[in-house]
Design a protein around this ligand. Sequence first.
Ligand SMILES: NC(=O)c1ccc[n+]([C@@H]2O[C@H](COP(=O)([O-])OP(=O)(O)OC[C@H]3O[C@@H](n4cnc5c(N)ncnc54)[C@H](O)[C@@H]3O)[C@@H](O)[C@H]2O)c1
Length: 355
Amino acid sequence: MDKQFGFGVVGAGLIAPFHLKAIRDAKGGYAVGIFDIDKAKAQNTAQDFNAKTFETLEQMLEDKNVDVVCVATPNHLHRDTVIKAAQAGKHILTEKPPAMSLGETDEMIEACQKANVKFGCFVQCRVRKAIQAIKNAIESGRFGKLLHADAYMKWYRGQDYYTSSGWRGQQKSGSGVTVAQGFHYIDLLQYLAGPAAKVEAKMTNIGHPGIKLEDDVIAHIEYANSAKGVIQLSTALWPGTDIRIEINGTKGTAIMVGEKVHTWKFQDEKPEDAEIRNIGNASQATGAGGAADFGHVDHTAVVQDMIDSIKNNKEVVIPVKSVRPTLEIVLAMYQSAKYGKAVSSPFNDDNSIWD
Ligand SMILES: NC(=O)c1ccc[n+]([C@@H]2O[C@H](COP(=O)([O-])OP(=O)(O)OC[C@H]3O[C@@H](n4cnc5c(N)ncnc54)[C@H](O)[C@@H]3O)[C@@H](O)[C@H]2O)c1
C-alpha cells in the first residue's frame, strides 16, 4: 500500500476544521492529531475528525507518524512553531500571513531550507481555476501590455468577530483588514502582476467603534512592470459582496468575482475561452459575509499538493518564499498609512507600524 502521510494541526480555532477537512479529502493524507494551548478546543476538534490530541507541541513533533505540520495559530505566533517543526524535520504548511515581519519570514524560510523540509503557505485563492486561467493568459501574453491589476474586497464582519478571540482585536497580532482578510487578494495581485514598486494607502475604521484596527483601506499600487492598481479592502460594508479581481491590458480584460470568471475578453479569442467563461460557481460563498463562510476545496488543493510534492520530491505550489513579496506590499501599506506618504521598493521592515 502507498504510504499515507500524517498531518498534525497546531491551533484548533476557526480555520482548523478547514485544514482537517482538506486533509480528510486529500488522497494519501490523514490527521494524526491536534495541539492547542486550549485543551478543550483541541479535544472537541479532534473528536470531530477522529484524531488524537497532543499535550504539547514537542509531543507532536516527536511523533514519527507526523510528516507535515499545519500551523493554524494567530498570525504573530507562526514563527516559533514553524522553526521548531522545521528543526524536528517536519514539512510545514502555514496559514497566512506567514509572519508579521519580513525578518521572521526570512528566519522561517532559512530554518526550512537548512532542515531540507517543504514550507508552503495557505494563500489558497491562488489555486482557483479562475486565477490559474488569468495567470496562464498573462504568461502567454494574451493581455498585451498589462495596464491595471485591481482588487475590490467589500466584505462584512460584525463587531462580535473582532471580540471573539483575544488576538482579533489587536493590530500587532495582524487583525487589521489589510494583513488579515485582505492578504489573500493582495497576494493574488502580487502573484499575477507583481512585484510592486510603490504603494500608497489610507486606512480608517468606519464600522467597528472601540476596536483599534483599520477596517477599511483604499490604496494605490504601482507594479514594477509599470501597471497600476487600486486596492479596496473593507470589513465594514454590510452584508458583504464577492471579492473582485480585475486585470486589464492593451489586448484583454479578465474579471473574477468570488471564484467565478465574470468577464473574459481577449482580442485573440481562442477555442478554450468558451469553457473558461464557465469557470466557477456563482453560489459558492467565498468569505464575503462571514468568517467561516467559504468552502475547503482550495485548502484541499494545497494539502494535496504538499503530499504530491513530498512523494515526487518537488517544490510545493505555494512556497512561502513566493508569498514574501506579498508581505512586503502589506507592510508597506501600513507604513504608508501611518506616515502619510507613498512607500517605494526596496521594502523593509519597520516595526513602528504596529505601535
Ligand atoms: N486561509 C484562510 O482563508 C484563513 C481564514 C481564517 C483564518 N486564517 C488564518 O489562520 C490562523 C488562525 O486563525 P483563526 O481564525 O483560526 O484563529 P482562532 O483564534 O479562531 O484560533 C487560533 C487557535 O490557536 C490557539 N493557539 C494560540 N496560541 C497557540 C500556541 N502557541 N500553540 C497552539 N495553539 C495556540 C488558540 O487557542 C486558538 O484555538 C491565522 O493565521 C489566520 O490568519 C486563514
